[in-house]
Design a protein around this ligand. Structure first.
Ligand SMILES: O=C(O)c1cc(C(=O)O)c2c(n1)C(=O)C(=O)c1cc(C(=O)O)[nH]c1-2
Length: 250
């Protein structure tokens, strides 16, 4: 087995090759893209993904809290502002709530988190907890599934209006906004990553970190498939009520 470190170019290519496991290939996502997803499946995805959206800035705050490098923090803080917004810019979380309304969900119900499935919650929490405990460089590099995100956002902009004319067009602003934001994030995340992982062992660890993040995204859709495709939400064999917990806030 070779233990020679990859060149930065080969390492970047190895990271990009992980795109083969991106959630764009998950059957739930494929169904949404091909137009076969039901209203309930689209709504379920939007309501559950909201939990990811609200946790991203907390994940980024955890990275900043562990980072002693002022220059890095000055750049990283933009990610929190992208989602939380600031004076004169509502930000991504608000844009996601508008997407929720555009697909026919009540803003209050989405905010309450009552539709968030336990499996989605556990996957997202695993990502935030990783960011809290890992070094800031490892946590920063785990954002690199974003390498593949502009493509997935663009694919929604291209396909959804044709397949789902019942979705209000104004809901698509989030995806449009992320096209440029994700590209900028990737540039920064990649420069940190290529500088930090220089030995063979470190590079293998980074590939494992990226796989962990891919697993987070894939597992979220697995939970949604159970609930909204197979009609087996948690406790379905016992009750039709949403009895699962709403988050313990720890
Ligand atoms: O819609 C998607 O498929 C998707 C995927 C990802 C990703 O790959 O983690 C992100 C986003 N969207 C996104 O909108 C976003 O703001 C974002 C931030 C991050 C991150 O890890 O810091 N990932 C993603």
């Amino acid at each position: 087995m070779s233990t020679t470190a990859m060149t930065p170019q080969a390492f970047e290519q190895a990271l990009r090759d992980k795109g083969a496991y991106y959630h764009i290939h998950h059957p739930y996502h494929v169904a949404m893209h091909s137009g076969t997803a039901s209203k309930e499946q689209i709504r379920g995805w939007v309501a559950n993904r909201f939990y990811y959206q609200i946790n991203i800035p907390m994940k980024d705050a955890a990275i900043m809290a562990n980072c002693p490098d002022r220059d890095i923090r000055r750049e990283w803080v933009q990610r929190m502002l992208d989602h939380d917004g600031l004076q004169g810019d509502d930000g991504g979380i608000e844009a996601w709530l508008r997407l929720a309304e555009a697909v026919g969900l009540e803003r209050q119900q989405v905010l309450s988190g009552e539709l968030v499935l336990p499996g989605v919650r556990f996957a997202v929490d695993a990502y935030v907890n990783f960011a809290r405990r890992a070094s800031w460089q490892e946590a920063a590099s785990s954002s690199l599934t974003e390498l593949f995100a502009p493509h997935i956002h663009q694919s929604r902009l291209d396909a959804w209006p044709q397949h789902y004319p019942w979705i209000d067009e104004r809901g698509y602003e989030y995806f449009r906004k992320r096209l440029s934001e994700a590209r900028r994030d990737v540039e920064h995340g990649l420069s940190i990553t290529l500088a930090h992982y220089t030995t063979y062992e470190q590079q293998q660890r980074m590939l494992e970190i990226l796989q962990f993040k891919l697993d987070v995204l894939w597992s979220m859709l697995d939970a949604m498939s159970m609930a909204y495709e197979l009609n087996r939400p948690p406790y379905h064999s016992v009750t039709g009520d949403r009895v699962w917990h709403r988050g313990l806030g720890v």
